[in-house]
Ligand binder design. Structure first.
Ligand SMILES: Nc1ncnc2c1ncn2[C@@H]1O[C@H](COP(=O)(O)OP(=O)(O)O)[C@@H](O)[C@H]1O
Ligand SMILES: [Mg+2]
Length: 150
């Protein structure tokens, strides 16, 4: 069986987060789910914005904390950005169209622990002495990020 992927990174500043976002954007394809885990203020939305920005989303990317989901048609990929913090029941996710979103696009999901999600890349963000710490974990598919350095 192919080995799972795991990698620790330090993101000392916003430029490092932007770079990580660009590296993820470069390999993102339909069916990919990227779970962004971490406490309030950990940098989940910042990383989601970096991924979307690298994919060419020029407009302002709001935090979807009230709408729960916001979708973007980027030139090569449709990306749905979820924030499940205010999800009332795990079943509500089906109504938010996650399955459809993954059928023809990729999904970035903040507060993934609020629901039962399909397999994907999980990025856990945490405060560090300077900036943030990121732990990337996922199935073998995500070993494409093995050599990422920021
Ligand atoms: N790598 C980083 N270094 C320093 N500050 C960061 C970094 N990533 C995010 N931040 C800052 O953390 C704050 C909260 O980020 P945000 O993305 O809104 O968190 P979350 O969505 O996890 O609640 C923002 O002010 C952002 O600029
Ligand atoms: Mg957020």
């Amino acid at each position: 069986m192919a080995e799972n992927f795991r990698k620790n990174l330090t993101l000392p500043d916003l430029a490092a987060t932007s770079l990580l976002g660009a590296r993820i954007a470069a390999v993102l394809r339909p069916g990919d789910l990227v779970a962004l885990s971490g406490d309030l203020g950990a940098g989940k939305t910042t990383l989601a914005r970096a991924i979307l920005g690298a994919l060419g989303v020029g407009e302002h990317v709001p935090s979807p904390s009230f709408t729960l989901v916001q979708s973007y048609d980027t030139p090569h990929l449709r990306v749905s950005h979820y924030d499940l913090y205010r999800l009332k029941r795990p079943g509500e996710l089906a109504e938010l169209g996650l399955d459809d979103a993954l059928e023809d696009g990729a999904a970035l999901v903040e507060w993934p622990e609020r629901a039962r999600l399909p397999e994907g890349l999980t990025i856990t963000l945490d405060s560090a002495a300077a900036g943030r710490r990121a732990v990337l974990e996922g199935p073998a598919r995500w070993r494409v990020l093995e050599n990422v350095d920021v």
